[in-house]
Design a protein around this ligand. Structure first.
Ligand code: AMP
Length: 560
């Protein structure tokens, strides 16, 4: 594999300015998605664009990055609306505005979302303060145009996002009315997943010789795909890490690659998995070749059993023993999916590919199915009972192996004595119950609790000795009043908690880091000690508010 430059050359080669390349690099993007690769050069050249792409293909960046670059180049009066993005729904308006903020970081542009269902006066005030870029739903845009609180006279770039959805929602007349108010000579981009007749009509009328950008995925010959069991779990975004944890525990992969979209996600997932006792290692394009070689060495020799990777970093890796591929997110294009699952099922062995799907990404999953002409099963997450059944099966397998080896003769006497008092079957069942219990409470060495782990062919010692995550019965949620913006990372929280209280990191549950706050699942019985210890210390050199988090609290407060 040719080493990739950590500077994300893929984006620079599209003609984006260094500051925009830097912005996407800071977000952890490693390479443009197909729609970005296709659409960005046309938009930067000033062409109108008709783009066929749905949600989850990276289309927002495909139109926002060139929009930002053009606004910077064209100049114009600060505070007048020069970029105008129309979207069908309130949610999308917020999402696109948020994404635009991120891409425009440091550019001193005012980005104002304007959508129905929110108070008019607040939006009017924001618009009056000056809005360089407005992201609007059609109905509310019309309201503002009528009141004179929004003017489109200076628009240089107009984007119609999810045009087909806007028509489906009955916004056709509004769209026409809005388009009439935009100036001649502006650049227009229209994105949609499908192009019904009416949308084609609008495009023909309002777009000037548009470049057509279609991400036509080539059908893969089914025969060429490896033998892979493909499963998807539908999981809402905040629960993804917990879901991954649970599936990992259930599947118990011999060796796995977890694919993430961005470098930041790779780092976050790796740190959380490590904190939970997995031998996980990160690999992404931002690392030096030497670091990557070291990680690959660990993975090849099975000293690390989970590789958490971006696509760029995993490209071209040929590893024989990967039993499972996990997609922490649906990949941004079906080709990437096919490439990822090709990492497993090597050498004729059957592999397993598991995808965690945000409910909003189910269309992407259907695209993938149609491209590969293979079915992806949708499964329910393993329940606690499933996990328990799995543990018992493993214990029983281990028991069989131990009996076959006969290395327990000195213990027969103990059982014979007990047998004078109890039924032999009861004794054996009680012994199993103790093993199962210890697997959860973390008392004896986990290797003893699940001897089956030593028996699997191909399992290395390093792997067998890995402490398994041992979960307490009940977690409480610890709330920390600082997050990513304060530089907090999972490792800081795990370090602070185990450093200050001596609690083993494997006893911690999920960790979630938002911009301004963080949450950690901690054993409920240790909550008080942990809160007290953290209040008396600093995290990342700063005092931070720490308290038990009560998920039901806001409702309780509301009742009071
Ligand atoms: P979109 O289709 O625009 O809604 O984007 C879907 C998700 O992909 C968003 O969370 C983006 O932040 C992310 N994304 C967009 N482009 C890239 C890229 N080139 N690499 C990694 N993630 C991306």
């Amino acid at each position: 594999m040719a080493p990739k430059d950590p500077e994300t050359p893929g984006f620079a080669s599209l003609g984006l300015t260094p500051s925009l390349v830097l912005a996407v690099t800071a977000l952890g993007y490693e390479e443009p998605t197909p729609i970005q690769r296709e659409a960005i050069p046309f938009l930067l050249a000033g062409r109108d664009v008709l783009g066929q792409a749905g949600t989850g293909t990276g289309k927002t960046a495909a139109f926002v990055l060139p929009l930002l670059q053009r606004l910077a180049k064209e100049g114009g009066k600060k505070g007048t609306t020069r970029g105008f993005i129309l979207v069908p729904t309130r949610e999308l308006a917020m999402q696109v505005a948020e994404a635009t903020h991120k891409y425009a970081k440091g550019q001193n542009l005012a980005i104002v979302p304007v959508y129905g269902g929110a108070p008019m006066d607040l939006q009017i005030r924001s618009l009056r303060r000056g809005a360089d870029i407005v992201v609007a739903t059609p109905g509310r845009a019309i309201d503002h145009l009528k009141r004179g609180t929004l003017s489109l006279a200076s628009v240089q770039v107009l984007v119609l996002d999810e045009g087909d959805e806007m028509l489906d929602m009955g916004f056709a007349d509004d769209l026409e009315a809005i388009l009439e108010q935009t100036p001649e000579g502006k650049q227009t981009a229209l994105f949609a997943a499908t192009f019904p007749k009416r949308l084609q009509g609008i495009a023909a009328k309002h777009l000037d010789n548009p470049a057509r950008v279609t991400i036509a995925a080539e059908k893969q010959a089914v025969g060429k795909l490896p033998k892979v069991r493909q499963t998807a779990y539908i999981v809402a975004r905040p629960q993804k890490m917990q879901a991954l944890d649970r599936i990992l525990e259930f599947e118990d992969p011999q060796s796995a690659i977890v694919f993430c979209r961005t470098r930041l996600e790779v780092e976050e997932v790796t740190e959380t998995l490590q904190a939970h006792g997995y031998g996980a290692q990160a690999i992404h394009g931002g690392m030096l070749q030497k670091q990557r070689d070291r990680v690959m060495g660990l993975f090849r020799s099975q000293k690390a059993d989970i590789l958490v990777a971006t696509d760029v970093a995993a490209r071209g890796l040929d590893i024989e023993h990967v039993s499972h591929v996990f997609n922490f997110d649906v990949p941004l294009s079906p080709e990437v999916y096919v490439h990822r699952i090709g990492r497993t099922g090597r050498a004729g062995r059957e592999g397993v590919a598991i995808t965690i799907v945000d409910p909003r990404q189910s269309r992407l999953m259907r695209n993938i199915e149609s491209l590969t002409r293979q079915k992806v099963d949708i499964a329910a997450l393993p329940t606690t009972a499933d996990l328990r059944a799995r543990r018992v099966t493993a214990t029983v397998d281990g028991l069989r192996a131990t009996i076959a080896k006969g290395e327990f003769k000195e213990l027969r006497g103990v059982v014979e004595t007990l047998a004078q008092e109890f039924d032999v079957v009861d004794i054996a069942a009680a012994a199993l119950a103790m093993i199962d219990d210890s697997g959860r409470s973390g008392a004896p060495a986990p290797a003893e609790a699940a001897p089956a782990r030593f028996e699997r062919p191909g399992s290395s010692d390093a792997r067998a000795e890995r402490p398994r995550p041992q979960r307490p019965e009940r977690f409480g949620i610890l709330h920390i009043g600082a997050g990513a913006n304060a530089g907090i990372r999972p490792g800081d929280l795990v370090g602070a908690i185990s450093g200050e209280t001596g609690l083993e990191s494997s006893l911690l549950g999920r960790i979630k880091i938002d911009d301004e706050e963080s949450y950690v699942e901690v054993p409920e019985s240790k909550m008080r000690d942990i809160v007290a210890a953290l209040r008396a210390t600093k995290i990342r050199g700063q005092k931070v508010p720490v308290a038990p988090f009560d998920a039901g609290a806001p409702r309780k407060d509301a009742r009071r």
